[in-house]
Design a protein around this ligand. Structure first.
Ligand code: OOG
Ligand code: NI
Length: 469
């Protein structure tokens, strides 16, 4: 039997193909890639911050940074999400985390498909933030039913892709020809279609209810709406954007700039107003009507350390509290107020580790033999600190691989324009999402914890110390 191509390989082929497609569809994305490459090179050259911005200064993260991207799509119905899960499974990507955007006024909930194993992440951490429209949040009953009917009729996957998914499930993999076909066919689902599937009147009715609804319901498929490269210095990139002819949104989402970067900082450039065509009402293709649609944009991100539940709680609290002082501020003034609001969040690695605020992974130092086992404490935390102090073991922060709901809402909003958001009552819809998905989403905290534990256990075993404690 022909050999199977690894899921990691298929993911990398696909992410390159997607990046090429998006660059030709949205030329500003190509400009953004150049700018980010430029800033990253400069940052690494001037060292300190650049290397500090990569949690793994030893190399594997340096290697992945150039190809690292995340994208986003918005799906319309449960069946689409379920099949999309199978598509991403072929690329070694699993659903991680649940993001409810309703409290932020977006009628969607979401997960992030991404690789979860250390090796796969090191090779290519390609992620896709995948939202599902919540039709039940459309208040007008007639409009809600209309949306459901339209979505019911569409098929966003090609027949060939569906049969390749069956092949993958039956054979447990794809051979080289099938993998090539898979990439080509899967790409079709993410392609932009300038023809709307509904007439202008219907489009405007959905648009009126919520711009997001029009974006999801009125097209042939869930066009990829942005692809995001990872920058090592988001402040410098944001600042340079206008010189490169790119207009960024006014504020950077997420935590402030720090010596030890945490979580995720993001900013985007405004969605383009693109020409679209509405089918003629006479059904004969005569008298197509032209219009415009804004959906696709560009974004950059800077990633820092993953936080523990405790660290995340502190982050969420400080962020919520910061609202009062940052409200209405923009640019550097906003960032300054945000930094001030975060001054109680420790900003050195040792404190983040000792206080259990961020996740770390461990490795033995070169020539880590000469340590004094007798004088070591038995309590786990004290043992870790003693080994680090003796220079036997090193700790480094684990990179945050996920998203932030408040930031995501800010990114959505910046593309929908003012007045895009609405008020939706908070409901617990995670179970509905998982039913549509056909599985439960993985808990991101558990993934980081496992990674940290695994690395520590390996170190202790190599030192002949009992990993239990
Ligand atoms: C997704 C926005 C969320 C991020 O980086 O937080 C996102 C969307 O607009 O569909 O991509
Ligand atoms: Ni994004």
């Amino acid at each position: 039997m022909a050999r199977h191509v690894s899921c990691d390989d298929i993911r990398t082929r696909f992410s390159h193909a997607m990046s090429d497609m998006y660059r030709s569809e949205v030329p500003q994305y190509g400009t953004l890639l150049k700018l980010v490459a430029d800033i990253n090179a400069q940052t690494l050259y001037h060292d300190a911050r650049g290397k500090a911005a990569l949690t793994d200064r030893s190399g594997s993260e340096m290697a992945r940074i150039e190809i690292e991207r995340h994208g986003a799509i918005r799906l319309g119905k449960a069946q689409e999400l379920d099949t999309m899960r199978r598509v991403f499974a072929v690329m070694g990507m699993s659903p991680v985390g649940y993001y409810d955007l309703a409290p932020a006024g977006m009628p969607v909930h979401a997960t992030a498909f991404r690789p979860v194993d250390d090796d796969a992440l090191a090779l290519n951490p390609f992620r896709v933030f995948t939202s599902l429209l919540r039709l039940e949040l459309i208040e007008d009953e007639a409009l809600r039913e209309r949306a459901a009917d339209i979505l019911e009729q569409r098929q966003i996957f090609t027949d060939r892709l569906l049969s390749l998914l069956d092949t993958f499930d039956e054979q447990g993999g794809l051979d080289d020809d099938d993998a090539t076909a898979f990439v080509i066919e899967a790409l079709e689902t993410f392609r932009w279609h300038s023809h709307a599937t509904v007439d202008a009147k219907t489009y405007h009715a959905f648009h009126q209810a919520h711009r997001l609804i029009a974006d999801v319901v009125c097209f042939h498929g869930p066009h990829i709406n942005h692809l995001t490269p990872r920058t090592l210095d988001i402040d410098a990139t944001q600042q340079a954007m206008p010189e490169w002819g790119i207009a960024p949104k006014a504020t950077i989402e997420g935590p402030p700039r720090r010596d030890c970067p945490i979580l995720l900082r993001q900013t985007s450039f405004k969605a383009l107003e693109e020409p679209i065509l509405f089918p003629a009402a006479d059904g004969e293709g005569r008298g197509e009507q032209s219009g415009t649609h804004t959906a696709r944009f560009g974004e950059i991100e800077q990633r820092g350390a993953a936080l523990t539940r405790r660290g995340r709680k502190l982050y969420d609290e400080l962020l919520a509290a910061s609202r009062e002082v940052t409200h209405g501020l923009e640019g550097e003034t906003q960032q300054k107020a945000l930094r001030e609001a975060f001054r109680d969040f420790p900003d050195d690695e040792a404190t983040l580790r000792r206080e259990g605020l961020a996740w770390f992974e461990y490795q033995l130092s070169d020539g880590a033999n000469g340590f004094e086992a007798q004088s070591l404490p038995s309590e786990r935390g004290a043992l870790v600190e003693a080994l680090i102090e003796q220079g036997v073991m090193q700790a480094r922060p684990i990179t945050y691989e996920d998203f932030l709901p408040v930031s995501a809402a800010g990114i959505f909003r910046s593309n929908l324009g003012d007045g895009g958001a609405q008020h939706y009552a908070a409901t617990d819809s995670r179970a509905d999402f998982e039913t549509a998905l056909g599985t439960t989403v993985e808990d991101e905290f558990a993934l980081y914890e496992r990674r940290s534990e695994r690395s520590l256990t390996a170190c202790l075993e190599q030192l002949g110390l009992s990993p239990a404690a």
